[in-house]
Design a protein around this ligand. Sequence first.
Ligand SMILES: [Fe+2]
Length: 145
Amino acid sequence: MFDWKDEYSCGIERIDDEHKRLFEIGNSIYELATNENRVDYFDDILNLIDDLKEYTIYHFEDEEKIMEMYDYPGYREQKRVHDKFIEKIRNLDLEEIDEDTQQAVLKLLDFVYNWIRTHILGMDLKIKDYFESLKSGKFMEKKAR
Ligand SMILES: [Fe+2]
């Protein structure tokens, strides 16, 4: 479900690796939710959802650190969007998951997958452009000397 595509790469290895890890956790949740041999998997699903929450928080912090370090102009907007997403996944309705686990989990994954994809393509890739402009700027500086 969470298929990684090269177009998601923002050229910064550390961020790409973290995005890939998020995709992996998403896939593990999907596999568990759709595995027909599973019996009672409510607790396992909750644990994986916790992993997803924790890793997302870790990743956003890391990404924000990198943006701050390089004076990325879109930092504030990114942080605002990150915070909103964290608030959303922190306030998940676990009762809904208990009632009809598979349906609720698939709905959640659908939301998370679309959010991450759109976020990477719409916002994180701009970090790539910025880094590239920094690199070419440095190159010009050297050339001018
Ligand atoms: Fe981001």
